[in-house]
Design a protein around this ligand. Structure first.
Ligand SMILES: Cc1cc2nc3c(=O)[nH]c(=O)nc-3n(C[C@H](O)[C@H](O)[C@H](O)COP(=O)(O)OP(=O)(O)OC[C@H]3O[C@@H](n4cnc5c(N)ncnc54)[C@H](O)[C@@H]3O)c2cc1C
Ligand code: SF4
Length: 213
C-alpha cells in the first residue's frame, strides 16, 4: 500500500518521509542519487514517451520486476528510476539521507529494516474481516483518509476474474481501500498509478508514504 499524505504519518512534524510533487509543466526533475548522470529531458517528455506495449520487452529485460513505471509515460525517467539499471540499488546510499534526513545506522535492525525511529509490533483486537492478518494496514489507510491526512491511497485490489491477480488502484474512499484488503501474493505494478496520481491530484502538492513489505 502507498498513501498520498498531506503530512508524514510517522513523524509528529509535517516533514514527509518521501515527497512526490506532481510536475505538470516542468522538464525532468533532478535525480537524487543519480550523481548527475541523468540526461535532461525535453519539456514535452510526457507526449514523446512510449510506454511498453503488452508483450513488449522492458528496459531491465529479465531483471525487470514489472513495477509499472514503464507502463506509463514515466518510462522517460527509467534510467534514473529503475533499480536494475545503471547504479541501480546502490543509489539507496545517496537517497536515504534525502528521503529520511540520515542514512542507516550500522545496527542489525536498520541494516535489515531500513531507516526508522521505532519498531512496533501490534495486532487489532477486532480484526478486519478478510484482511491478511488483523487488517492494521487497511485500518491505518482508512483512518488517514477519514481524517484527511491523505488525499488518496494506492492499494492493490484483485482482478474480478482472478483473486490473485493484482489490480493497483488509486483509492479515494474507505470502501475502495477496504476492497483492497488481503495480500495478492505476487509482484504488483503499483507505479502504473503515478500518472493517475498526477492527473487526479494535480491541483495540490502531495506526498507519498510507502508501506514496505
Ligand atoms: C507480495 C507480498 C509478500 C509479503 N511477504 C511478507 C513476508 O515475507 N513477511 C512478512 O512479515 N510480511 C510479508 N508481507 C506483508 C504481510 O503479508 C501483510 O501485508 C502485512 O502483514 C499486513 O497485514 P494486514 O492484516 O494489516 O493486511 P491488510 O489490512 O489485509 O492490508 C494488506 C495491504 O497490502 C496491499 N497489497 C496486497 N497485495 C499487494 C501486492 N502484491 N503488492 C503491494 N501491495 C499489496 C493491499 O492493497 C492492502 O492495502 C507480504 C506482502 C506482500 C504483498
Ligand atoms: S522501471 Fe520497473 S518496469 Fe521499468 S524496467 Fe525497471 S523494474 Fe521494469
Amino acid at each position: 500500500m502507498i498513501a498520498m499524505a498531506a503530512r508524514c504519518f510517522f513523524h509528529s512534524s509535517p516533514k514527509p518521509c518521501f515527497s512526490f510533487t506532481p510536475r505538470c509543466s516542468s522538464s525532468s526533475p533532478p535525480a537524487p542519487g543519480g550523481k548527475g548522470k541523468g540526461k535532461a529531458l525535453r519539456e514535452d517528455w510526457r507526449e514523446r514517451s512510449k510506454p511498453i506495449p503488452p508483450g513488449g520487452v522492458y528496459p531491465a529485460k529479465d531483471k525487470c520486476s514489472r513495477c509499472g513505471l514503464c507502463d506509463t509515460y514515466y518510462i522517460a525517467h527509467v534510467n534514473n528510476a529503475c533499480p536494475f539499471l545503471g547504479d541501480g540499488m546502490s543509489r539507496v546510499e545517496d537517497l536515504e539521507p534525502v528521503v529520511h534526513g540520515r542514512g542507516r545506522k550500522d545496527s542489525m535492525d536498520e541494516m535489515y529494516y531500513g531507516v526508522h525511529e521505532q519498531l512496533l509490533y501490534a495486532r487489532k483486537t477486532e480484526p478486519v474481516q478478510g484482511a491478511q492478518w488483523t487488517g492494521i494496514v487497511t485500518t491505518i489507510a482508512v483512518e488517514m483518509l477519514k481524517s484527511n491526512m491523505v488525499d488518496a491511497v494506492v492499494c492493490v485490489q484483485s482482478d474480478p476474474d482472478d483473486r490473485f491477480a493484482p489490480r493497483p488502484v488509486l483509492a479515494r474512499t474507505p470502501e475502495e481501500v477496504i476492497a483492497a484488503r488481503g495480500v495478492k501474493p505476487t509482484l504488483s505494478p503499483n507505479l502504473d498509478t503515478l500518472a493517475l496520481v498526477e492527473v487526479n491530484l494535480s491541483s495540490s502538492s502531495c506526498y507519498i508514504l510507502c508501506h514496505c513489505f
